[in-house]
Design a protein around this ligand. Structure first.
Ligand code: DGJ
Length: 764
C-alpha cells in the first residue's frame, strides 16, 4: 500500500482502514474530497462536491468563470476575501487587508515526522506530506503538513505560516487544520465539565450555524477537553461512522464545527484566536500545534481504539512507554498538609508494603512553610519539622521498605508568602498596574522568562537527583488570568521547554501530570507524562462518568485512578470498597486514604484487590477497552488474552429488570468460561436481615454487629457461566438479583452503587 500518493493533481493518504483525498484545482486551491472509508484515487471526481453552476448571491472567484465560487468548494484550509464566507482558518491583517488566497506551489513527501518547533508532537509517522502554498499578492506562504500513521488509522495535521514579504503582519488566528465534511445528520460529542467533574459527555445535534468549544483559562481545562468526536446520528458504540479530533496542546484552544446552508460542515481547531495577535515580521514564521484526526465506520469503541493505540505508540515517551505502571499510595486524601515522617512511614508506607503496593507518593505540604495552601509554593527546602532528616532520608527509608519513592511539586506557581517571592517578586505573573488576582492563594510564575525556567529546572532536577526520586506528580492549580492569547502560547512554550529539559534526560522517572485533577488532560502533557491524574473527584460513581468520558479519547494506561475513603470526602456518598476498586482498576490503580484506618476486613480485601490487579495489570492498562451501551447498567470491558468486564449499578429497584452480559470481539466458535470476581459484602449492609442467619438475635445498629462487620464479611456468590463467543456477543442473561423473597448461592446481591467484575477466559 502506498501511504501518500500524488497523481493528476490528486493526493491520496492511506491508512489501514481509511482514505484521505484532496486535489489541486485548476486555480491551485486545495480542494478537500473525502475523509472516510477506503476509496480509490480514481474516485476523486465522483466523490467531490459538484459545482457546475453559481449559487445565488455568491461571489465569483474569477471574472471569466461564472460557475466557480469558493463558498461552495470543500477546502483543505479556509481563508477570507476571495469568496469563501465559511469561518476562516487563518486571520491575518496587513495594511488593513484580511484577504488571503493561498495556492499550490509544490509539495514534498518525507519519511517519518517533521517535529513542530518549540512544541511537543507525535513521532513515528510512516510519512509526512508537506504542501507548500503561497499568496502571490501579499507574499505570505502557508505550508500544510500531513503525517500518516497507517496502523492506527490516524492522520495528523498542522500549518506553518511564513511571512515571505517585506511587511509586518498581525496574526489573529492560525488553525491547525480545517476539514470540510459533507455528511447528513451529524452529532458533535465533546467532553466538558469543571474541576471535579471532568470529561462529561456532551452531545449536540448539528444544525445550520456554528458550535464552538474551547478554553480561555490558560490550560486545556476541565471545562472542555480539546478532544471531540463527530458521529452520524445513528452511530453507536459498535456501529456506524465517526470522526475524532484532538490537539497536541495544553493551552487555550478552540474548535468549531459550522454547518452552512449547503450542509458542508467546516470542522477546525487550534490555538484559541481570542485576544491573540502576534506580530509576524518579514521572514518570520508561526507554527501551529499538531492536530490528530481519525475516522472509523465501525462505531465509537473502534474510533477510540485508534486514539488509544496512537497515544500508546506515538505520543507517550520515556522508559514507561507500554510499561506496566506501579500501584501507588498517595498521601493527599488521607493526610493533606498535616503529617509527620512517622505517620508517612508507619501509617502509609509499611501498610502499603504489606498490602502489596509498589510506589509511595508524598503529596503536597513537604516544603517551606506549607502547612496550608496559603504559603510555600516556589520554595524547595524540606520542612524538617515534618520530615526530620529531609527528603533524602525519607526516600531512602521508603526504598529500604522496597517501595519506589515519588513526590509532589507545583513548580509553575508561587505564594507571596514564600522565600522565593521575598527574593524574586518579579517571577510572579500579574498585570503590575492592577492588584494581583489569586487562585488557590497562588500566582503563576512567568514561564516566558528564561531565568524563571532555569530556577524551576535547577530545583526540580536537584530534587529528583539528590533524593533518588522515581516518580514526580506535577500539579498546577489555578487558571491564568488577564493575559493575551499569545502570552498564553509563549507560556506554554516555556512550560514545554522546562518539561523537556527535566524529563527527556531522565526517562526512568515516572511523571504524572495533574492540574487540580484533570484540568490538563491533553496530548501535549502526555508527550512528557505517561499518565495524568484524572480528577480530584475519587467518588467511584462520579468516576464512572469521568473515566468513561476520558476513554473516548485516551487509553486506560494514561488515567490515574485511585481508591479513596468512604463516605467520599466531596460527595459524602458511601460506596462499597469493591466498587471503588472496580472503577479504579480500569486505569493506573492507586490508593489515596489513611491505610491505618482500614478495618481488618478491608485490609484483607485491599490486599486481594491489589494481587488481582497485578495479576491482570497488563489487561487493565493496555487491553482493548469497550464501553457497553446495550443495557441499563454502565459496563466497562477490557480485553487482552483474557477479558475483564464490570457492570456498575447505580440505584437498585425492588423489581430489577433482567440484565445481560454482552461481550465484544470473541471468536464465535470458541467456548468461554465467565466467573465473577470473589469479594466480601459488609454485614452491615443487610441491616436486620442478619438475624435470618445469626443463631442469636442481634441489633443491626449495635456494637456487636459493628465489630463483627470489621472482621467478617459475607462472601458474594460466585457466578459462573459457559457460552460460545457467538452467544456472549449476542448477550447472555445473568443470575437473578436478590429482591427480598429468598436467597441462595445463585442469587446476586444488588446494592446501590454495587458492581460485579467478571473474568472471561477461553476454555481450552
Ligand atoms: C490538587 C491535586 O489535584 C490533588 O491531587 C493534590 O495534589 C492537591 N492539589 C495538593 O495541593
Amino acid at each position: 500500500m502506498n501511504i501518500i500518493d500524488f497523481k493528476d493533481n490528486v493526493f491520496l493518504l492511506s491508512t489501514k482502514e481509511t482514505s484521505y483525498l484532496f486535489r489541486v484545482d485548476k486555480y491551485g486551491h486545495l480542494e478537500h474530497i473525502h475523509y472516510g472509508p477506503k476509496v480509490r484515487m480514481e474516485d476523486w471526481d465522483a466523490l467531490s462536491l459538484k459545482h457546475k453552476i453559481l449559487f445565488g448571491s455568491t461571489v465569483m472567484y474569477h471574472e471569466r468563470d461564472d460557475i466557480m465560487t469558493l463558498d461552495s468548494v470543500a477546502q483543505e484550509y479556509g481563508s477570507y476575501g476571495q469568496g469563501d464566507f465559511k469561518e476562516a482558518s487563518i486571520e491575518i491583517e496587513g495594511n488593513g487587508s484580511y484577504t488571503c488566497d493561498f495556492r499550490y506551489v509544490s509539495h514534498e513527501i518525507v519519511e517519518g515526522n517533521v517535529p513542530v518547533k518549540d512544541l511537543p508532537s507525535s513521532y513515528g509517522a510512516a510519512q509526512t506530506l508537506i504542501v507548500h502554498t503561497a499568496d502571490d499578492i501579499n507574499g505570505l506562504k502557508l505550508d500544510l503538513y500531513y503525517s500518516v500513521y497507517p496502523e492506527e488509522d490516524v492522520i495528523s495535521r498542522r500549518a506553518v505560516l511564513i511571512n515571505g514579504s517585506r511587511k509586518t503582519f498581525t496574526l489573529h488566528r492560525l488553525m491547525s487544520y480545517c476539514l470540510d465534511l459533507f455528511e447528513k445528520d451529524l452529532v458533535m460529542m465533546d467532553f466538558s465539565g469543571a474541576w471535579d467533574k471532568e470529561t462529561h459527555l456532551n452531545e449536540k445535534e448539528l444544525k445550520q450555524g456554528t458550535y464552538t468549544i474551547g478554553s480561555r483559562v490558560g490550560f486545556s481545562s476541565a471545562k472542555c477537553n480539546p478532544g471531540f468526536l463527530i458521529r452520524r446520528k445513528d452511530t453507536t458504540e459498535d456501529h456506524g461512522k465517526a470522526w475524532g479530533f484532538n490537539l497536541v496542546y495544553s493551552g487555550n484552544h478552540y474548535s468549531s464545527v459550522s454547518k452552512d446552508e449547503y450542509s458542508i460542515h467546516r470542522i477546525q481547531g487550534g490555538i484559541s484566536p481570542e485576544r491573540f495577535h502576534s506580530e509576524l515580521k518579514a521572514g518570520q514564521s508561526f507554527e501551529t500545534p499538531e492536530a490528530i484526526l481519525t475516522f472509523s465506520d465501525r462505531g465509537l469503541n473502534h474510533l477510540s481504539h485508534h486514539f488509544h493505540d496512537f497515544i500508546n505508540e506515538h505520543i507517550v515517551r520515556s522508559d514507561w512507554k507500554k510499561k506496566e505502571r506501579p500501584v501507588l499510595i498517595n498521601s493527599w486524601e488521607g493526610f493533606g498538609f498535616d503529617f509527620k515522617k512517622d505517620d508517612l512511614i508507619r501509617k502509609l508506607a509499611r501498610n502499603a508494603v504489606s498490602l502489596g503496593m509498589e510506589l509511595f507518593v508524598l503529596d503536597d505540604g513537604w516544603f517551606g512553610r506549607r502547612n496550608s495552601d496559603k504559603r510555600g509554593l516556589g520554595d524547595y527546602n524540606c520542612n524538617i519539622r515534618k520530615i526530620p532528616g529531609g527528603i533524602s532520608s525519607l526516600s531512602s527509608e521508603i526504598h529500604k521498605l522496597g517501595l519506589l519513592f515519588g513526590i509532589w511539586v507545583e513548580p509553575e506557581a508561587i505564594n507571596v508568602d514564600s522565600k522565593l517571592y521575598e527574593n524574586h517578586p518579579e517571577y510572579a505573573l500579574w498585570e503590575k498596574d492592577r492588584p494581583p488576582f489569586y487562585g488557590r492563594n497562588e500566582l503563576l510564575m512567568d514561564l516566558t522568562n528564561p531565568e524563571v525556567r532555569d530556577y524551576i529546572v535547577d530545583n526540580v532536577s536537584r530534587l529528583i537527583d539528590d533524593n533518588k526520586v522515581d516518580y514526580i506528580k506535577w500539579d498546577m492549580n489555578r487558571m491564568m488570568n488577564a493575559v493575551s492569547g499569545e502570552y498564553n502560547h509563549e507560556y506554554l512554550k516555556g512550560l514545554y521547554d522546562v518539561l523537556g529539559r527535566l524529563f527527556l534526560p531522565r526517562p526512568w522517572v515516572l511523571f504524572e501530570s495533574c492540574s487540580s485533577g484533570g484540568n490538563r488532560f491533553d496530548l501535549g502533557m502526555l508527550c512528557y507524562s505517561p499518565q495524568i491524574w484524572s480528577s480530584d473527584d475519587t467518588d467511584p460513581i462520579e468516576r464512572i462518568d469521568i473515566q468513561k468520558g476520558l476513554s473516548y479519547l485516551y487509553p486506560l494506561s494514561t488515567m490515574g485512578a485511585h481508591v479513596s475513603q468512604s463516605p467520599h470526602m466531596q460527595t459524602l456518598r458511601a460506596t462499597p470498597l469493591e466498587t471503588r476498586f472496580n472503577v479504579s482498576a480500569y486505569g493506573c490503580l492507586g490508593y489515596e486514604l489513611d491505610l491505618s484506618l482500614l478495618s481488618r476486613l478491608e485490609r484483607i480485601e485491599v490486599a486481594k484487590q491489589i494481587a488481582f490487579y497485578k495479576q491482570h495489570r497488563h489487561t487493565f492498562q493496555y487491553g482493548r477497552f469497550y464501553r457497553g451501551d446495550q443495557d441499563e447498567y454502565e459496563t466497562f470491558e477490557v480485553k487482552d488474552d483474557e477479558t475483564m468486564i464490570t457492570k456498575f449499578r447505580r440505584i437498585v429497584h425492588a423489581v430489577p429488570v433482567y440484565d445481560k452480559l454482552y461481550l465484544h470481539d470473541l471468536d464465535d466458535e470458541k467456548v468461554y468460561r465467565i466467573e465473577s470476581k470473589p469479594y466480601l459484602h459488609n454485614l452491615k449492609q443487610f441491616g436486620h436481615l442478619i438475624n435470618f442467619v445469626s443463631p442469636v438475635k442481634l441489633n443491626s445498629e449495635g456494637k456487636i454487629v459493628d465489630t463483627l462487620s470489621k472482621i467478617k464479611g459475607m462472601e458474594a456468590s460466585i457466578q459462573t457461566y459457559e457460552a460460545s463467543g457467538a452467544a456472549l456477543k449476542s448477550g447472555i442473561y445473568l443470575n437473578n438479583l436478590f429482591l427480598g423473597t429468598g436467597y441462595n448461592d445463585n442469587v446476586r446481591i444488588p446494592l446501590d452503587y454495587g458492581s460485579d467484575m467478571y473474568e472471561v477466559k477461553e476454555i481450552q
